[in-house]
Design a binder for this molecule. Structure first.
Ligand SMILES: *Cc1c(COP(=O)(O)O)cnc(C)c1O
Length: 216
């Protein structure tokens, strides 16, 4: 695989203007994160609290960390301390815990509500029917600012199915904006499917292995 900086440049040249890139650095060594940073990348995605905390202290302060993994309530303090954005708010329990911790830390943290539309029931997130109530709760909580919706498509080669999942996420994003008008970001698309996500209106893509190579 070509160097990280080449992979980044290649992807950025294909992304439409205005679509933001989160470089998913989970399980990748710090030197790879540094290489991407030196090539100009500032947003990175991590899925584990401890790995996020270790990388965050090692990187310059203008690095923006998106937490994208399933968040356990006992890790909320760690993640709120290190993350600029939590994309993976997948239950009312974790939503309340993140808000309470942010208030305690004297900040308001940007969050995404994660929606579950994929075929696999191993994936987490609010079901479409649960999303409005979660949005109404989030709008009332003082420690969080909902900036958008995050989701994943089914893990399949069937491009029609993937496109249908992204279209459903886009529809849910519009539903979310009826409740919270400023929640305009739509985070969807990974290494294998991001062009399909962009075609359905993604404003943020989360790309790991296509930038950094396969994970250890
Ligand atoms: C790992 C991960 C990604 C990136 O996956 P790649 O296939 O390596 O691009 C994106 N989003 C989430 C939520 C992830 O956990």
């Amino acid at each position: 695989m070509p160097p990280v900086s080449n992979n980044l440049r290649e992807i950025l040249s294909q992304l439409p203007a205005g679509v933001k890139l989160v470089a998913v650095s989970k399980f990748q060594p710090l030197e790879s994160v540094r290489e991407a940073y030196n090539a100009g990348q500032r947003r990175f995605g991590e899925s584990r609290a401890d790995e996020l905390a270790a990388k965050a202290i090692a990187m310059p302060g203008d690095t923006v960390w998106h937490f994208i993994g399933h968040l356990q309530t006992n890790k909320v303090r760690r993640v709120v301390a290190s993350a600029g954005v939590i994309e993976s708010i997948d239950s009312e329990r974790v939503l309340r815990a993140v808000s309470a911790e942010a208030v305690r830390a004297g900040r308001v943290i940007d969050i995404f509500l994660q929606a579950h539309v994929a075929a696999e029931d191993t994936k987490t997130g609010f079901l479409p029917s649960e999303l409005p109530a979660a949005a109404e709760l989030a709008a009332e909580l003082p420690g969080v600012r909902v900036v958008g919706l995050m989701g994943m498509a089914s893990n399949t080669d069937d491009e029609q199915r993937i496109t249908a999942d992204f279209a459903e996420l886009a529809a849910l994003s519009r539903r979310l904006q009826q409740i919270i008008p400023s929640a305009t970001e739509l985070s969807m698309g990974m290494s294998g499917d991001w062009p399909l996500a962009v075609a359905q209106g993604a404003t943020i893509v989360r790309i790991g292995s296509a930038i950094f190579g396969s994970r250890n």
